[in-house]
Write a protein that binds this ligand. Structure first.
Ligand code: DOR
Length: 429
C-alpha cells in the first residue's frame, strides 16, 4: 500500500524541517521525503497550499472508559481526536474504577486496539482510587504499558506520598503528572478568584493555590531528582516557578491548554457552564504570562485537557456543574486563531508544542516524520474559516466555550499508520 502526499508545506520540528516537499508512505511507514517524488500506481493526495505535520499528540485526555461512558468512550473520544488532527492521545485515570492497577491499563490498551481509531496511551493513577492515601501499583502499571502516572482531577496534597511516588515512578524513567491545586485553598471555589468572581458573588479558586502546589511539586522533584510534569498550568506564579526550576536543572516539564491561552475569567460572566474548568480561566495578566512561558520554552507543550461530560450534567446551575469541557475538536482552530493568525507564534512553534514536545515528554515514538516512523500525520488548512458547531462533534461532550465561534484554521485530514482516519473534516473509518 502506497500513498504520496504531494506539494505540501512539510513541518517537522523533530528534524528541523520546514519546506515544500512530498512524502511517500509505504506499508504505513514514512518511506521518503523529498521534492518531485513519483511512484507508479500510487494514490496521490494533492497537498498544495496545505501544511503537513506529524499528527498531534495530546498528553491530557479524559476518555472516561471504564465506567463513565455516558460522558465519553474510547470509540467516541478517538473519533474526536481524529477529527481534531490528533494521532496519539494519552488518557487520564480518573475513571470508575480508577485506573490504579496493571489489569486496567492492559484492559484499556486492549479495548483501544478494538475500538480506537487513533493511538491510545494510558496514564496510571498515582494513589489507589486517587484517594491520596496509598500508592497505586505504579511499577506494574508501567510494565503493562502506562506512559506516565498522575492523580489528575485532584491534587495529591500528601507530601510524603507525592515524594515516594515521584521517586518510584522516576525509577522507570516516567514522569509524574501533577494536577497542582492546593485542595484546602481552592475549597469549593468554582472560578478564578479576582474582580470578576467578586462581582458575580462566586467563590473563587485563588491562583496562589496553584503556585503553592507547583512550588511543592518542584521542591520534591528537585530533592529526589525525579521527572515531574505540571498539567494545565494556568497561573503566572506557576510559570515563573517552572522557569526558575528549569534554570536550576530540575527535570520539570509543563503543558498549557488552548483555553487557558485564549480565554479569561470574563467569559464566566455569561454563566455558561462550559466556561467552568479546573484550574479556572484566569485574568488577562495570567494569560499573558502563559503565552510568554509557552514562547520561551518554560511551558513545553499544548494539551487539551479534553474533559467531556454528559449534556445533562453540564446543563445545570453554574455552581453545580462539573468542571471541564470537550477540547479535541476545537484545539487546533483555537490555537491557530489565537496564536498563529495573531502573529504570536509561528506554525513551526505550534507543531513543536502540539506534536514533538508532548511525544518527547511521554517518551513515545511519535511527533516526527522521520523515515521509517509510522505515518501518523495531520494535514492542515491554516486559512479555512469555520464555525464551531458542537452538535456536530464526534465527542459525547457537547459543551464548549467556543461554540458558535468562527475560527481560522482546521485539520482537514488525519492519517494513522498511513491510513486516512479523517478526510475533509469527516471521520472515515
Ligand atoms: O476541569 C477539569 N475536568 N479539570 C480536571 O482536572 C479534571 C477534568 C475532568 O475529569 O472532568
Amino acid at each position: 500500500m502506497k500513498l504520496l502526499l504531494k506539494g505540501g508545506n512539510i513541518i517537522d520540528p523533530a528534524q528541523n524541517f520546514n519546506q515544500i516537499a512530498d512524502i511517500l508512505i509505504e506499508n504505513g511507514l514514512i518511506s521518503q521525503i523529498g521534492e518531485n517524488l513519483s511512484a507508479a500506481g500510487v494514490e496521490v493526495f494533492d497537498a498544495r497550499g496545505l501544511v503537513i505535520a506529524p499528527g498531534f499528540v495530546d498528553m491530557h485526555v479524559h476518555l472516561r472508559e471504564p465506567g463513565l461512558e455516558a460522558k465519553e468512550d474510547i470509540a467516541s473520544g478517538t473519533k474526536a481526536a481524529a477529527a481534531g488532527g490528533f494521532t496519539t492521545i494519552a488518557c487520564m485515570p480518573n475513571t470508575k474504577p480508577t485506573v490504579d492497577q496493571a489489569i486496567l491499563v492492559s484492559g484499556i490498551l486492549h479495548r483501544a486496539q478494538a475500538e480506537g481509531i487513533v493511538n491510545v496511551k494510558v496514564i496510571g493513577a498515582l494513589s489507589k482510587g486517587q484517594q491520596g492515601k496509598e500508592l497505586a501499583e505504579i511499577g506494574d502499571m508501567i510494565l503493562s504499558g502506562a506512559v506516565a502516572i498522575s492523580d489528575d482531577g485532584s491534587s495529591l496534597d500528601n507530601n510524603r506520598l507525592f515524594k515516594t511516588g515521584l521517586e518510584y515512578t522516576s525509577m522507570f524513567g516516567c514522569p509524574v503528572i501533577s494536577h497542582a491545586e492546593d485542595e484546602l485553598l481552592v475549597d469549593e471555589g468554582v472560578m478564578h478568584e479576582g474582580a470578576v468572581s467578586a462581582m458575580l458573588g462566586m467563590k473563587g479558586r485563588p491562583s496562589v493555590a496553584e503556585d503553592i502546589a507547583v512550588n511543592r511539586d518542584i521542591m520534591l522533584a528537585e530533592y529526589t531528582n525525579s521527572f515531574l510534569h505540571i498539567a494545565h498550568v494556568s497561573s503566572k506564579g506557576a510559570v515563573e516557578l517552572i522557569r526558575q526550576a528549569k534554570k536550576r536543572g530540575v527535570k520539570v516539564t509543563a503543558e498549557v491548554t488552548p483555553h487557558h491561552l485564549t480565554l479569561t475569567d470574563e467569559a464566566v460572566k455569561t454563566f455558561n457552564t462550559a466556561t467552568k474548568v479546573n484550574p479556572p480561566l484566569r485574568s488577562s495578566d495570567h494569560v499573558a504570562a502563559l503565552l510568554e512561558g509557552l514562547k520561551d520554552g518554560t511551558i513545553d507543550a499544548i494539551a487539551t485537557d479534553h474533559a467531556p461530560h454528559a449534556f445533562e450534567e453540564k446543563d445545570v446551575e453554574f455552581k453545580q456543574a462539573p468542571p471541564g469541557f470537550a477540547g479535541l475538536e476545537t484545539a487546533l482552530g483555537v490555537v491557530l486563531t489565537g496564536l498563529y493568525h495573531t502573529g504570536k507564534f509561528t506554525l513551526f512553534e505550534i507543531v513543536q508544542r502540539m506534536s514533538t514536545a508532548p511525544a518527547s515528554i511521554l517518551g513515545i515514538e511519535a511527533g516526527g516524520l522521520k523515515i521509517g516512523m509510522p505515518a501518523d500525520i495531520v494535514i492542515i488548512d491554516t486559512d479555512l474559516d469555520w464555525t464551531v458547531d458542537s452538535t456536530t462533534f464526534y465527542t459525547k461532550g457537547k459543551h464548549t466555550p467556543f461554540d458558535k465561534k468562527i475560527l481560522k484554521g482546521k485539520a482537514i485530514a488525519t492519517l494513522v499508520s498511513g491510513k486516512f482516519v479523517m478526510r475533509e473534516g469527516k471521520v472515515c473509518i
